[in-house]
Ligand binder design. Structure first.
Ligand SMILES: *[C@@H]1O[C@H](CO)[C@@H](O)[C@H](O)[C@H]1NC(C)=O
Ligand SMILES: *[C@@H]1O[C@H](CO)[C@@H](O)[C@H](O)[C@H]1NC(C)=O
Ligand SMILES: *[C@@H]1O[C@H](CO)[C@@H](O)[C@H](O)[C@H]1NC(C)=O
Ligand SMILES: *[C@@H]1O[C@H](CO)[C@@H](O)[C@H](O)[C@H]1NC(C)=O
Ligand SMILES: *[C@@H]1O[C@H](CO)[C@@H](O)[C@H](O)[C@H]1NC(C)=O
Ligand SMILES: *[C@@H]1O[C@H](CO)[C@@H](O)[C@H](O)[C@H]1NC(C)=O
Length: 613
């Protein structure tokens, strides 16, 4: 694999890098944390000569495998400019001019081919002149940067200097793999020329909790970090450096040293929920907002490590179109992009959403996924439709509150909602309001019900026209189909109705003393069943004095005795008798009628039938 370039070794001193192996064993002997495989640094800074030639080795990265064996495979983010060999040496893939290189760091990825585990490191390519000025992660500089105590001349000058003296912060990348201790900077006093001095640092991270992260060599003034830092835990330290002589006298005013922990992309975006639920009404126009899904990344939001981008990985089902939704890659807001959301076809979509840090860089970003479940909600875009054009029913006359027929409809909208529930209206054929059509709440059927008695002798059939609608109006742009109206013809069945007397009671006036066998008055009953041609027979029901007879066929009433006004059965001059008319239907029906006879005094009036026939 590395055959063409075995000879690169000697060229390497060209530039760069790592700290000597001796320090590593020193770190181990001090009980450093257990070895974790990875790049020796999360961020390398490398001096790039202004002009390089094609094939020139530039620097190397070091991968700590912790003795696991097996080679990792390297890839770099800018393969048109750089080429990385299996030994971690990076070459110029072509002649390069420093000023034409992108300002962003070069990214190098290591993949373990057996486990597919991956690691990423960044390489900042600095022009040679810059390295001293820019805050450089210390590991790459062979000679340590120095911080010198401001010189102390007169008191007044010192005050001025103290105010103006700004020590640039020291930047330390988090998660460094060491070896530890790792020198950061050397602190010096110019007074060390003719005296022995002792240096110390104080503050949280040194002599205050968390103690011992930073230590200073009291004689050389080398400030070191003793373990990997975690920016997400503590993002900066404020230390104070002191210089004293051997008697403990302060020889310099203390200086403040700020150590900033540089973010590495060591946190994955985390979604607030694994499943996000949203809804969108069917038929929504493209551009309709649906929902927002968000993830958080603990890395520094001011760097790409903490800048997330969202993406829809998949949509299920892919109908009517595989891209029904889009996501705002910065905010996570999901909107519709296509028309055709139809609950009756697809009632729910499942989207897999991915959040990736490093502003969505697919190669170097860390990602996570969550699910967005989007329920398509119903709108009334379907009218109820009758299952037949014409319905039939039959009902006996005179019955009320009976169901004549059940009209069935179908509605594709969501059952048991106002967009599905049917409301029936009779639009023709019922001028007298004899019917109503309430809705069966369970089956949604129209129950054609008789609410006022029907009369077979008046109308043998009724033809109603009925319309079905929903409880809410149809959505805009949807019109009622023809199947939203139907007819029902109702056959009225004749029943045997009772004969009836009219008037009832019938009153006649007679002089008393009418002789037996006198024909008094016809008292026939009528039969409502015109169409049955029935015959009626008459009989007496009540005739307390037994004075009267009714002809069983004609209903004529005649006397059988003398009508006596003084009879105890006469009250206030009235004598009452009740008759029954019975038809020959099956079953037979009967009615009763009362005849009231007002008896006049014989002395005043001649006997006369009254009223006259
Ligand atoms: C040490 O040198 C500084 C200046 O270089 C001077 O001010 C100081 O007096 C000297 N101290 C001793 C003890 O010689
Ligand atoms: C979404 O609905 C599912 C199933 O009903 C539930 O488990 C989940 O917690 C819901 N998500 C949110 C964010 O409410
Ligand atoms: C994010 O969206 C913007 C505008 O829609 C687009 O220009 C940009 O390329 C997208 N970024 C990613 C990482 O998809
Ligand atoms: C009509 O509906 C009523 C009420 O739901 C029910 O009792 C009856 O059985 C139905 N009749 C038919 C023929 O479905
Ligand atoms: C009887 O039926 C006829 C024809 O359908 C109609 O014109 C009339 O109004 C109906 N009468 C009653 C009482 O329903
Ligand atoms: C006959 O009927 C009338 C009216 O119902 C009543 O006032 C009268 O008392 C009745 N006569 C007899 C004898 O029952």
């Amino acid at each position: 694999m590395n055959a063409p370039h075995e000879s690169s070794g000697p060229l390497l001193p060209l530039l760069l890098l790592l700290v000597s192996a001796g320090l590593q064993s020193a770190a181990q002997s001090r009980g450093a944390p257990p070895c974790r495989p990875g790049f020796s640094e999360g961020l390398y800074t490398v001096m790039m000569p202004d002009i390089t030639e094609k094939g020139q080795p530039l620097f190397n990265v070091r991968f700590v495998s912790c003795g696991r064996g097996g080679l990792v495979q390297f890839e770099c983010s800018n393969p048109s400019d750089f080429r990385i060999e299996a030994d971690g040496v990076v070459y110029a893939a072509k002649a390069l001019l420093h000023s034409t290189l992108p300002a962003s760091p070069l990214l190098i990825k290591a993949t373990d081919p057996t486990t597919q585990q991956q690691w990423v490191t960044q390489v900042r390519l600095a022009p040679p002149t810059q390295v001293r000025e820019v805050a450089v992660p210390p590991v790459i500089s062979q000679d340590l940067k120095e911080i010198v105590f401001p010189s102390r001349n007169t008191d007044s000058e010192l005050k001025r200097m103290k105010r103006d003296w700004v020590i640039p912060p020291i930047n330390v990348p988090e998660n460094s793999r060491g070896p530890f201790p790792q020198e950061l900077v050397r602190i010096r006093s110019d007074n060390d020329k003719n005296r022995s001095l002792r240096y110390s640092v104080t503050g949280p991270g040194a002599d205050q909790p968390p103690n011992g992260i930073f230590t200073i060599d009291p004689i050389s003034g080398e400030l070191s970090v003793n373990k990997p830092l975690d920016r997400e835990h503590i993002s900066s330290f404020n230390l104070r450096a002191h210089a004293v002589d051997l008697n403990g006298n302060q020889v310099e005013n203390p200086i403040d040293i700020v150590i900033n922990v540089i973010d590495m992309n060591d946190n994955r975006p985390e979604f607030g929920h694994q499943v996000w639920n949203g809804t969108v009404p069917e038929g929504s126009k493209p551009g309709t907002f649906v929902m927002t899904v968000t993830a958080l990344d603990k890395d520094d939001p001011k760097t790409a490590n903490g800048m997330l981008r969202y993406k829809i990985l998949s949509q299920s089902p892919e109908s009517p179109n595989p891209n029904m939704f889009t996501i705002n890659n910065k905010t996570g807001g999901i909107i519709t992009v296509a028309a055709g959301l139809d609950r009756e076809k697809v009632s729910q979509y499942t989207l897999i959403i991915q959040a990736t840090d490093t502003e969505g860089n697919p190669m170097y970003g860390l990602s996570n996924t969550a699910t967005a479940v989007i329920r398509v909600t119903d709108v009334n875009d379907n009218a109820p439709e009758f299952t037949a054009e014409a319905f039939f029913g039959r009902v006996h006359e005179n019955q009320v509150n009976v169901i004549v027929a059940n009209l069935s409809v179908t509605d594709k909208d969501q059952p048991n909602t106002p967009a599905w529930n049917a409301v029936y209206k009779i639009i023709a054929g019922d001028p007298f309001g004899k019917f109503s059509v309430p809705t069966d709440p369970i089956t949604n059927e129209g129950l054609v019900t008789v609410v006022k008695p029907l009369d077979f002798e008046l109308n043998k059939t009724h033809l109603l026209k009925i319309e079905a609608r929903n409880e809410v109006p149809l959505a805009r742009g949807i019109s009622s189909p023809r199947q939203s109206t139907a007819t029902i013809s109702i056959q009225v069945l004749d029943v045997n109705e009772s004969p009836y007397f009219e008037p009832n009671p019938k009153v006649i006036r007679l002089e008393e003393g009418v002789m037996p066998e006198t024909d008094l008055v016809p008292f026939p009953a009528k039969d409502p069943d015109h169409f049955m041609h029935q015959s009626i027979s008459y009989s007496k029901l009540s005739d307390p004095a037994n004075w009267l007879r009714i002809d069983p066929h004609s209903g004529r009433i005649s006397t059988t005795a003398v009508l006596d006004r003084e009879s105890p059965y006469v009250k206030n001059s009235y004598y009452n008798a009740t008759f029954v008319a019975l038809d020959n239907g099956k079953p037979a029906a009967s009615g009763t009628g009362t005849l009231q006879i007002y008896l006049l005094d014989i002395n005043d009036n001649a006997p006369k039938v009254f009223p006259h026939e």
